[in-house]
Design a binder for this molecule. Structure first.
Ligand code: NDP
Length: 397
């Protein structure tokens, strides 16, 4: 069975509403997912909401959407959330372990992994083991442990539906084509706020500048990743695991208007692209409602607003992160786990103005060279690699 055959065997969930657990409901993807569920309340329902520390928004969401359970990872906020929801008959848990365990609840059909970073790994593993369908926004999980996650998904007959707009685009192009081999895919990239900048111009760019994405309104970490092209690098690795591709079959093309979300080229040379306005609610809805296309009120695309769709190559000489990601993909083993951990620490440090924009790839490259390589990592190896890399980068900073 190929990685994609599985999507043709989707269990028939259509007789009942799909109960969704949103991990990271207070973030950019999480809040948009709640809008989608609200609009599609005939077929989707909220079962679980989780946040890291934004207790106020979590409480507000819980009161509005009435989930069965909420989890706040930050234990110091437990009392506040429990007191606020006391009269609402909503179970409240706190802590990182609760976050991983809540996904196992019987009533959950789908787990939307909309939390950011490595923290998504454990809950995603548990959700797959509990045979929940996964709508995956948290790309870091596949970057860190793609081999482990895809194997577990296959063993448990769990589908992983991409939420990332590029991967959703590829997936949408593949529906009806699962048995036709892919020659290559083109992942489109907006180029971010610093497209066209020289190395000199990048030397002193600030977090405020980097946080101004031209087309997408996203959480801070992914916005910095977009500015540094690491996001595209992580997406290349994500695509490898989702669609069972080799690095050579994945090409990045800069498309500043973000209208064509990605392209599949088949073995006869035919290319299929998926396009639309940049709005994450569409890929979120597609993942949660698959295989149905459900009517919605999202704004429609108008060709006359976009008389030109343009394409250019990525400047990997200036933005080295994309090459580092390809390098990690070629190295295999725990290399992408090192890349991800190093990136999470340097992005956090950049946001706190402790490292400069151009220092980020340098530090990531050092960690790829220094952290011991493991060819076939186990879950514990990933945990250790993540820890060691974070300590190393903190020392280097
Ligand atoms: P945000 O920063 O906006 O939201 C992150 C969410 O995760 C929040 O609910 C946050 O809680 C929670 N969270 C953060 N850290 C932890 C932690 N350590 N433990 C538990 N929960 C945590 O991120 P985004 O919504 O932008 O991104 C989420 C994921 O989706 C990322 O992997 C990103 O790459 C991916 N993605 C995002 C897109 C977008 O448009 N935003 C597009 C494509 C992919 P709190 O609010 O309490 O801090």
């Amino acid at each position: 069975m190929t990685g994609m055959d599985i999507f043709t065997n989707f269990a028939d969930l259509e007789q009942k509403k799909r109960n969704i657990a949103i991990l990271g409901s207070t973030g950019s993807i999480g809040t948009q997912a709640l809008e989608v569920i609200s609009e599609q309340s005939e077929i989707l329902a909220v079962s679980v909401l989780t946040a890291n520390s934004n207790s106020q928004l979590l409480i507000e969401q819980a009161k509005k959407y009435q989930p069965n359970t909420v989890v706040i990872a930050d234990e110091s906020k437990f009392q506040e959330v429990r007191d606020a929801l006391w009269d609402d008959d909503i179970k409240v848990f706190a802590g990182i372990d609760a976050l991983s365990e809540v996904v196992e609840l019987d009533e959950i059909d789908f787990v939307l992994t909309a939390l950011v970073g490595y923290a998504g790994l454990k809950p995603t593993i548990n959700a797959i083991k509990a045979k929940k369908q996964i709508a995956l926004a948290n790309k870091e999980t596949l970057v860190v442990a793609g081999a482990l996650i895809t194997k577990l998904a296959e063993q448990n007959a769990v589908n992983i539906y991409p939420v990332d707009s590029e991967h959703s685009a590829i997936f949408q192009c593949l529906v009806g084509e699962f048995h036709n081999p892919i020659e290559k895919i083109y992942l489109t990239a907006s180029g971010g706020p610093f497209r066209g900048f020289t190395k000199d111009r990048l030397l002193n760019v600030t977090p405020t500048q980097a946080l101004k994405h031209p087309n997408w309104d996203m959480g801070a970490k992914i916005t910095i990743d977009s500015a540094s092209l690491m996001n595209k690098g992580l997406e290349v690795i994500e695509a490898k695991w989702l669609f069972g591709l080799k690095a050579e079959q994945i090409e990045v093309v800069v498309h500043p208007q973000s209208i064509i979300h990605s392209i599949v080229q088949f073995e006869d040379g035919s290319m299929k692209a998926q396009m639309g306005l940049p709005d994450m609610k569409l890929p979120i809805q597609y993942a949660l409602c698959y295989p149905k296309r459900v009517k919605n009120e999202f704004k429609r695309f108008n060709f006359l607003d976009y008389p030109e769709l343009t394409f250019e190559s990525a400047d990997t000489e200036t933005f080295r992160n994309l090459e580092l990601a390809y390098d990690a993909l070629h190295r295999e083993g725990n290399a992408a786990c090192i890349l991800n951990a190093a990136n999470e620490v340097v992005v956090d440090a950049f946001l706190k103005e402790k490292v400069k924009f151009m220092e980020m790839p340098e530090l990531i490259e050092k960690s790829l060279d220094k952290i011991p390589f493991i060819a076939e990592p186990t879950y514990d190896d990933y945990v250790q690699t993540d820890n060691e890399t974070r300590s190393l980068i903190k020392e280097l900073i």
